[in-house]
Design a protein around this ligand. Structure first.
Ligand SMILES: [Cu+2]
Length: 313
């Protein structure tokens, strides 16, 4: 949940920000309460039993069981409550969900680099979708750094020769600061980055565009890559064998028979429609089981798949 921020931290924009702030305030105010009790108590006792000039004998009290039990039990219970509460929040923050997007983070003097699924890399900007768990697998190229995103209330050391992990789920689009919080040398204070939180669709578009731009693949090669990475391969063969879906071999330009008895020519628009709205026209002899790729494949991806299909003579 979002939180409004504290005296020390900016407004929180991750799923656990409000939990962290709440527990923080509970501990801060408890400490303040005990500080007041102890300080006021000792001032009072010092004043009440100050040296008044003449010596008085005390009654020789050795102990007071109810009082001692109270001052032992109450703090013990409080400490246990804080421990269990904090431990639960700790687990929540440290065990990443299985479906998290994994980004590889590398810290080095004095910048951050990020590697996304598919091999896209970025420096000092971590681009993520809003409302999706993102898990960071982190290591350092040189000394110890620490990855801190105050707005997400999450921080983790980044070590050489070892992986550490951190995850978060951003709850609002925007740009948030990344700091290195482990003194790592001269440029430490300039080791800054940004988390760019985008709508899921924008993130997907950005990622596939970056992937297309970063690789020197031709449109056809990129299409072949999508065929394999976007699961088309599980249902469509390219060698002529029928699978759960029709083979793609030699289909471009051919006339296809549809389940309703009509015919269509397989062209760019038919392929595009088959990908975005597979239920619109069902190929004769097949079940309507193809999932829609609306929102998963962008225009460039579709162009690439069409280009790839054209190569399958
Ligand atoms: Cu650093």
């Amino acid at each position: 949940m979002d939180s409004t921020g504290t005296l020390w931290l900016p407004p929180g924009h991750s799923t656990f920000a409000s939990d962290v702030d709440f527990l923080f305030y509970v501990i801060a105010y408890l400490s303040l309460a005990f500080f007041v009790i102890v300080t006021v108590g000792s001032l009072y006792l010092a004043f009440r039993y100050r040296n008044k000039g003449k010596r008085e004998l005390t009654s020789g009290i050795a102990h007071n069981v109810p009082l001692e039990v109270t001052w032992t039990l109450i703090p013990t219970i409080l400490v246990f409550v804080i421990f269990v509460w904090g431990f639960k929040d700790y687990l929540k923050m440290h065990v990443s969900p299985k479906n998290a997007i994994e980004v590889k983070v590398s810290g080095q003097k004095w910048f951050w680099s990020f590697e996304y699924p598919g091999g896209v890399t970025e420096v000092n900007t971590l681009t993520v979708p809003v409302g999706k768990p993102v898990s960071l697998l982190m290591s350092s190229q040189d000394v110890i750094h620490s990855f801190f995103v105050p707005a997400f209330r999450t921080k983790m050391d980044v070590l050489p020769n070892r992986y550490t992990r951190l995850w978060f789920e951003a709850t609002a689009e925007g740009e948030y600061d990344i700091y290195c919080t482990e003194y790592c040398g001269k440029g430490h204070s300039e080791m800054l980055g940004k988390v760019l939180v985008l709508k899921e669709q924008d993130y997907n578009n950005w990622l596939s565009e970056a992937a297309a731009a970063s690789s020197s693949l031709s449109l056809e090669e990129y299409g072949e890559q999508l065929y394999r990475t976007k699961a088309c391969i599980t249902c469509h063969s390219v060698d002529g064998t029928a699978n759960q879906g029709p083979t793609w071999k030699g289909i471009f330009g051919k006339t296809e028979k549809l389940a309703d008895g009509s015919n269509v020519t397989i062209d760019e628009n038919y392929i595009r429609e088959s990908i975005l709205n597979p239920m619109a026209k069902i190929t004769a002899g097949y079940q309507p089981i193809m999932p829609t790729f609306q929102g998963i494949l962008n225009d460039r991806d579709i162009d690439a798949l069409i280009a790839y299909i054209k190569t399958l003579e």
